[in-house]
Design a protein. Structure first.
Lengths: 250, 160
């Protein structure tokens, strides 16, 4: 049970850290000041959540690893984040789309997780859920503004959808850890979440005048540590200081 | 020193980003306890990634040291999740005077989900003729507004 929970916590923490890092790349580069501030605020929520999840994962594992050890001293193959999180920022349309698809998943997932029988996990989820409401509202408003905006903004958002929709299947990937933890009432069943997500996303795509890509082959493999080529570069950038100066602290 | 006395001391610490109110008034300071001779102070972040938490931890350790308590451990909790419902009316008035529009409703208000704009009063001229500039302001807990009458930009402390 501890092993299953540890692996599951890593999955959640890695997804939060990696998308948080991606969003932080917009710092100083946002299209307008307000969006620069918005994305970096959202990035902070994700990195803060990752910190709490790693800290708890370290406790569950019981080998004395800290949140820094887990974030900075694991290799690409030991990361289990969903494949959507690691996709590049691209243009603003791609960043907004990646964020909307993630937020639409998280709003249902973290609501379900907030009733977990694991009190620590339920507490982290309840806290996160409040923040996800803001994230979703922000990304939804931009989906509509870009999708139902100009010909160019619609084209860019559609291009982004064609490019990254194939990574959404990895949000719902499960393995043997899921069944153990679902049975114990610790985590929700992702198939139920997937139905809610699909319904919301379909409605949004229609409102934003976008066409859902058809016959998409969903890319998976993240739970076995198989990633797209982008993750290695993020880790190289994020971990280089800690690896050059082991144990470095502020 | 009793836990109550320690708590009174810690209640003086201002929030690093909104110095007109203390970490006690903001609801960040959750608990003070002694385990043997070690003082355990429990705090909770407003938002998960609030970057002020480390500064608050340092302030706590430094202030207790000045008061002769040298063994201090600061622990972070996430549950119960921080809410603006913990701010009392006096604290809200301090925010308003400082130029930050305080959270007016309780968190039972779901307008953040429905997208319906609430009436937000300008903290300077009291006008209700204001508009949202960005949902994310200078810190995670605030949104950026503009008063269309006195034309001043201001922060709204988000109801959370």
């Amino acid at each position: 049970m501890e092993k299953a929970l540890f692996n599951y916590l890593l999955r959640l923490a890695d997804s939060s850290l990696i998308i948080g890092h991606r969003l932080s790349e917009w710092c100083g580069h946002g299209p307008v000041l307000e969006e620069d501030i918005a994305l970096t605020n959202i990035a902070l929520d994700f990195v803060g959540r990752a910190n709490a999840l790693y800290e708890y994962a370290g406790k569950v594992e019981g080998k004395g690893r800290t949140e820094d050890d887990l974030a900075y001293l694991r290799n690409e193959r030991d990361f289990f984040n969903n494949l959507l999180a690691e996709q590049p920022n691209g243009d603003y349309a791609q960043t907004i789309l990646r964020q909307y698809l993630t937020d639409a998943f998280e709003i249902h997932f973290y609501e379900a997780l907030s009733t977990s029988k694991d009190e620590t996990l339920a507490g982290i989820a309840a806290k996160s859920l409040k923040e996800i409401q803001y994230h979703l509202r922000h990304s939804s408003s931009w989906m509509l503004r870009l999708g139902d905006g100009t010909e160019e903004s619609n084209r860019r958002l559609q291009n982004a959808l064609n490019e990254i929709y194939r990574f959404t299947g990895s949000l719902f990937e499960t393995d043997e850890n899921d069944s153990v933890l679902i049975a114990a009432g610790i985590v929700p069943d992702l198939s139920a979440i997937q139905q809610q997500w699909q319904k919301d996303v379909d409605a949004m795509l229609e409102k934003a005048m976008l066409k859902k890509p058809e016959n998409v082959w969903m890319q998976k493999g993240n739970l076995q540590g198989k990633h797209t080529e982008h993750l290695g570069y993020i880790l190289a950038e994020m971990q280089s200081l800690h690896r050059a100066l082991p144990g470095v602290k502020w | 020193m009793t836990t109550k006395e320690v708590r009174t001391i810690l209640a003086q610490i201002p929030d690093p980003e909104i110095p007109v109110i203390s970490i006690e008034e903001l609801g960040i300071l959750r608990d003070v306890n002694f385990e043997n001779d070690e003082c355990i102070v429990t705090i909770t972040p407003t938002y998960s990634g609030c970057p002020a938490m480390k500064a608050i931890e340092q302030d706590i350790v430094a202030l207790l040291k000045e008061n002769g308590i040298h063994k201090v451990k600061v622990i972070y909790i996430f549950s119960p999740a921080w809410t603006t419902d913990w701010l009392n009316d006096a604290a809200k008035e301090k925010l308003r005077k400082y130029g930050i529009s305080p959270p007016e409703k309780t968190t039972a208000d779901k307008s953040v989900l429905t997208g319906i704009q609430k009436i937000v009063k300008c903290p300077r001229c009291n006008s209700e003729n204001t508009e949202l500039v960005s949902q994310f302001g200078s810190t995670a807990c605030k949104a950026l507004y503009k008063c269309k009458d006195c034309l001043e930009p201001f922060d709204l402390f988000k109801c959370h």
